[in-house]
Design a binder for this molecule. Structure first.
Ligand code: FAD
Ligand code: NAD
Length: 469
């Protein structure tokens, strides 16, 4: 008999959720993770909790409070003399939030009877894993099934090698101990925009260099245009079609050379963040040796139920590609756990929500207009400026856009730019998950005054019957 029914490798949002669900369903489960935090201690939660979703949102919230006090509080009749920033205190708060949540996973493992094993896992057989503990000692574990959830690491580019001092990746950018006066960012993706926003709100002069000619190329075009305009107003200087050709570090400054439609350009900054995507993490895992297929981009190949080419070995989360989002990985983990227990669970990739936590936020689910080529669709669009709640809040930029099938009225995509878009998008996810129509959203009673009324109005707008615009 094997030591475990399931061993999960990686305790990020894909792995720890998979492990808990396996244990809930009665499987004897272990989860192996190698993460060592900046204090040199093991820490559960993977990228998301340690250096991703959670610390970035903690800094986004702190920096937003400062920005609000500086730019908007006076319009609410609130003034504050001697407003100041204490970056060390802000970072300490971030660390406390991270600690609470990463330790919380340890407690969840305990409560659910998941055995937590610290160390690096290596596949040495279809049902055998070698674990090297942080002190170098090794043990071999046997298991009926394996779930690989080893996640991803920041992608590097040769033209801007990180030195963890002046040229940093997202992890470095979450840990600045002072506000850089001039901050460069390579990549206007989720990380570039979120971390660029954090430091811009705190006073950095931020320049973002993006290789693609379109801003937020995968988002709705109208929403992207509004978001770009709004972020520009906030001080983010975003250069599109900018191809970085090199970087040099001298005198505590970084010179970034890039080419755009105006020719060769140079940017001088105090810090540079490289945020050009993430790459799957299969380093020293031994996956290839076992016959697990790894594609040319390094992602583990899986079937629709996330099983690799080796029966009994599954992979979930960032390491298999698709949207590199925590909630996508977690739901894959749940699906694999439940299928191992004999359930018929499936995953709805069409309704994975996307959020970018700028201020205001960008959120969407389903298709964009560009993706609906050849499909007849109707659009309902409602501006937050016409929302009573947004007016009361004092934050009226943005809109809700709903795309529905012209013939059947079925919801095809919902795109939001506005405050609390990250929360509002859930209503659209529910509606789309149930194959709902714009009429379904239009008939639902939305509490007044709420921002969700903007979703309601946009749904009414699909049929040309908005009340408040
Ligand atoms: P990971 O979280 O990367 O976890 C993998 C784990 O496996 C790690 O703990 C690693 O130590 C461990 N591991 C790897 N190899 C081994 C091995 N051989 N043995 C033992 N352990 C191993 N996503 C969102 O949805 N929302 C957000 O707001 C968001 N914000 C982000 C902000 C930043 C700055 C970054 C960098 C990412 C953000 N993401 C966000 C993306 C999100 O963090 C990832 O999609 C998510 O963490 C992927 O989860 P995962 O479990 O697949 O992998
Ligand atoms: P990303 O893929 O979102 O964006 C990277 C950007 O860098 C792209 O726009 C790309 O065109 C650009 N780029 C790539 N190479 C370049 C180059 N040489 N010069 C200039 N621009 C270049 O990746 P990211 O922002 O690094 O984030 C990594 C992953 O983490 C993403 O998959 C993202 O989904 C996830 N993440 C999600 C959230 C969220 O859900 N809110 C937040 C942060 C990160």
């Amino acid at each position: 008999m094997a030591d475990y029914n399931v061993i999960v490798i990686g305790a990020g949002p894909a792995g720890y959720v998979a492990a808990i669900r396996c244990a809930q369903l009665g499987m004897k489960t272990a989860c192996i993770d190698k993460w060592i935090n900046s204090e040199g201690k093991s820490s559960l939660g993977g990228t998301c909790l340690n250096v991703g979703c959670i610390p970035s949102k903690a800094l986004l919230d702190s920096s937003h409070h400062y920005y609000f006090m500086q730019k908007h509080a006076a319009t609410h009749g609130i003034t504050c003399k001697d407003l100041d920033i204490d970056v060390a205190a802000m970072q300490a708060r971030k660390a406390t939030v991270v600690k609470k949540l990463t330790q919380g996973i340890g407690a969840l493992f305990k409560n659910n009877k998941v055995t937590s094993i610290e160390g690096t896992a290596r596949l040495i057989g279809n049902q055998q894993i070698e674990v090297t503990a942080h002190d170098g000692s090794k043990q071999t574990l046997t298991t009926d099934n394996i779930i690989i959830a080893t996640g991803s690491v920041p992608a590097k580019i040769p033209v801007a090698p990180t030195d963890d001092k002046l040229i940093v990746d997202s992890t470095g950018a979450l840990a600045f101990d002072s506000v850089p006066q001039r901050l460069g960012v390579i990549g206007a993706g989720a990380i570039g925009l979120e971390l660029g926003s954090v430091w811009s709100r705190l006073g950095s002069q931020v320049t973002i260099l993006e290789a693609l000619p379109d801003f937020l190329a995968t988002a709705d075009r109208k929403i992207a245009t509004f978001a770009q305009r709004e972020l520009k107003k906030q001080g983010l200087d975003i250069h599109l079609g900018a191809s970085v050709t090199g970087t040099t570090v001298a005198n505590n400054e970084v010179t970034v050379s890039y080419k755009d439609d105006k020719g060769e350009q140079q940017l001088l900054v105090d810090k540079l963040i490289v945020a050009v995507g993430r790459k799957p993490n299969t380093e020293s895992l031994g996956a290839g040796e076992l016959g697990i297929q790894i594609n040319e981009r390094g992602f583990i190949e899986v079937d629709e139920f996330r099983q690799t080419a080796v029966p009994g070995i599954y992979a979930v989360g960032d390491v298999i590609g698709g949207p590199m989002l925590a909630h996508k990985g977690s739901e894959e983990g749940v699906m694999v756990a439940e299928r191992l227990a004999g359930h018929k669970s499936e995953m709805s990739y069409d309704t994975v929500p996307w959020v970018i936590y700028t201020w205001p936020e960008v959120a969407w689910v389903g298709k964009t207009e560009a993706e609906l080529k050849g499909v007849a669709y109707k659009v309902g669009q409602f501006p937050f400026a016409a929302s009573g709640r947004a007016q009361a809040h004092g934050d009226t930029s943005g809109m809700v856009r709903i795309l529905a099938d012209a013939e059947t009225d079925r919801l095809l995509g919902v795109h939001i730019f506005g405050i609390s878009a990250s929360e509002l998008i859930s209503e659209a996810v529910v509606a789309m998950e149930f194959d709902g129509s714009a009429e379904d959203l239009a008939r639902m009673i939305h509490a007044h005054p709420t921002l969700a009324e903007a979703v309601h109005e946009a749904a009414l707008g699909v049929d040309g019957r908005m009340i408040h615009a």
